[in-house]
Write a protein that binds this ligand. Structure first.
Ligand code: MLC
Ligand code: AMP
Length: 497
């Protein structure tokens, strides 16, 4: 039984989703999901964990498809609507998705995919409104795999993070409890729906309690404030870059409009920031304009949310709070021994929220758990009195930009295939707006490269947020005695440039 969908049956008349002034209630959502589930199953009784990928904008169709896949016993693989063809192809190949569902604005992209025998693409319109011979849907146990989300790591290509229904339920309920979600809540969802922040923290938490999730198909400062001004929304969750952008936009508004928006925001129940470190300057500016101290929390695709500042009580700037209910946290040194309070260590996590595996990567899965079963996050923190504080990461090859996790190695691999580039080093450069921006140091042996041309070429291969924003050229990369590129030294070259 999928508890999220079972819950919805209690709220049939309530509004579940809103997008561009259109509204759908829980009954419509259940009906459409069941219809699609029946059609996905076809002559079978159960999709038996077949991967079903979908390339659909945030909205009623997106949620109906996600729920339909779960009802039919499949694994949902949401695709990023902003990704170029190679990134989508990679996910399709890696998951061996048997069906790819798409909405019409992505038809051209889908038709360009190379599909194997047995893989088929289906436009969302092909699903009939009503199925007349409904079959019994399978009884899906919570131990079954539910979702694969792709995340970058210290290896080149992104890995598929597999969570079960049990994992997802625990990720949701920990937040329902911590942040006191209620059926009368109404949240604006501006986040991409191929990551946990948008899918779990916002969408699924809202639907779990019978609340309303309002979508903005993509982030736009003016549209966000326009929705807020309607005074329906009382909850907001976003990455620090979004708060930064909203503050900048707000500061350029006429005084009267600022007063109106501030009054509306001060009536919100809760505003949350996460996915990257929240700069104290952003927290302070947002407090002035909204009268809210942003609640900062910490999470990861592999674990959902793990640590959060309190709903009630002091939210310490620069800190992420304490372990959520049901989640165990420890900090360990390089030898995997737990450190004392007040000492620096890597965050490790245990609990029912922790993912099952990287899709078809048993070695990578094994490596990411300690021998005693703790998930190794790679994030370095300290526990100060009563709150955790993130200090950094144990890999310089992971970049967080705009809340997206990016592998420096993946970008380097692509750059090396560009004519004229002999060697390169990619790093994250600290940036107040984006958290980090991507810097690439290129070794070309004197060949002058046209950066605009290079960027256009890269955009065909990588998503926009993986495109370097700063380039420098050097004769060689700084290396240690072992020949390994010393990225900290490289960063200095960028900062001095
Ligand atoms: C875009 N731009 C960037 C950039 N991304 N510049 C520098 N660094 C980046 N990373 C530039 C573009 O080139 C363009 O410039 C302009 O910004 C607008 O581009 P866009 O693609 O339209 O961006 P926008 O829609 O404004 O995106 C910004 C954003 C987006 C903050 C809304 O990055 C976003 O949705 N981030 C959220 C990601 C997320 O959900 N992460 C959660 C992962 S889960 P020009 O010059 O061309 O106009 C996780 C676990 C947890 O982390 O704890 O939650
Ligand atoms: P992802 O792999 O995209 O899910 O990103 C997870 C990573 O985001 C974590 O490992 C952290 O490095 C980072 N992160 C999430 N929340 C925070 C936070 N509040 N402060 C600092 N880093 C964060």
């Amino acid at each position: 039984m999928i508890q999220l969908i079972e819950n919805a049956r209690k709220y049939t008349g309530r509004i579940a989703l809103k997008c561009n002034e259109e509204k759908w209630n829980y009954e419509q959502l259940i009906q459409k999901s069941e219809n699609i589930a029946n059609q996905l199953i076809g002559d079978e009784n159960d999709l038996k964990e077949c991967r079903i990928a979908f390339l659909v904008d945030p909205g009623f169709d997106y949620v109906s498809i996600q729920w339909a896949i779960w009802l039919a016993g499949g694994i949902a693989v949401p695709l990023c609507t902003k990704h170029p063809l190679p990134s989508i192809q990679y996910v399709i190949n890696d998951t061996q998705a048997s069906i790819i569902i798409y909405s019409k604005n992505y038809k051209q992209l889908i038709l360009s995919l190379e599909l194997n025998i047995g893989q088929q693409s289906i436009p969302i319109e092909a699903f009939a409104e009503n199925v007349f011979h409904k079959k019994a849907l399978p009884n899906v146990s919570t131990e079954r795999r539910a979702l694969i989300l792709y995340t970058s790591g210290t290896t080149g290509n992104p890995k598929g993070v597999v969570t079960t229904h049990h994992n997802i339920e625990n990720q949701i309920t920990a937040l329902i409890d911590a942040w006191q979600w209620d059926k009368d809540d109404h949240i604006l969802n501006v986040l991409p729906l191929h990551h946990v922040h948008g899918i779990i923290n916002v969408l699924s938490c809202a639907l779990w309690v019978g609340a309303c999730n309002e979508f903005l198909v993509s982030f736009d400062e003016e549209k966000v404030f326009d929705v807020f001004k309607k005074k329906e929304v009382n909850l907001f969750m976003a990455v620090p870059t979004i708060y930064y952008k909203l503050i900048n936009y707000f500061q350029n508004l006429p005084k009267m409009e600022q007063i109106e928006i501030s009054a509306v925001l001060s009536n919100f129940r809760l505003m949350v920031s996460g996915s990257a470190a929240l700069p104290i300057s952003v927290l302070e500016k947002w407090k002035v304009l909204s009268n809210h101290t942003l609640l900062e929390r910490y999470g990861m695709t592999e674990i959902g949310m793990a640590i959060s500042n309190p709903y009630k009580g002091e939210r310490k700037p620069g800190h992420i709070g304490q372990a959520l209910k049901g989640v165990s946290i420890r900090l360990v040194d390089e030898n995997n021994n737990a450190v004392q309070n007040g000492e620096v260590g890597e965050i490790q996590v245990k609990g029912p929220n922790v993912f099952q595996e990287y899709w078809q990567k048993p070695e990578a899965t094994k490596d990411t758990f300690s021998n005693d079963g703790w998930f190794k996050t790679g994030d370095i923190a300290i526990f100060n009195k009563d709150s955790y504080k993130i200090l950094g990461r144990n890999s310089v090859d992971i970049i967080k930009s705009g809340g997206y996790k990016i592998s420096a190695l993946e970008i380097e691999e692509v750059l090396r295939t560009y004519p004229g580039i002999l060697e390169c080093g990619v790093i994250g450069i600290p940036d107040e707006e984006w958290g980090e921006i991507i810097g690439a140091c290129l070794i070309t042996n004197g060949i002058i490269l046209d950066i605009q041309q290079l960027n256009s070429w890269l955009r065909e291969k990588l998503p926009n947020y993986k495109i370097p924003r700063k380039y420098i050229f050097q004769d060689d990369l700084p290396r240690n005695v072992m020949g390994k590129v010393t990225k900290k030294e490289l960063l200095i070259s960028f900062l001095e440039d």
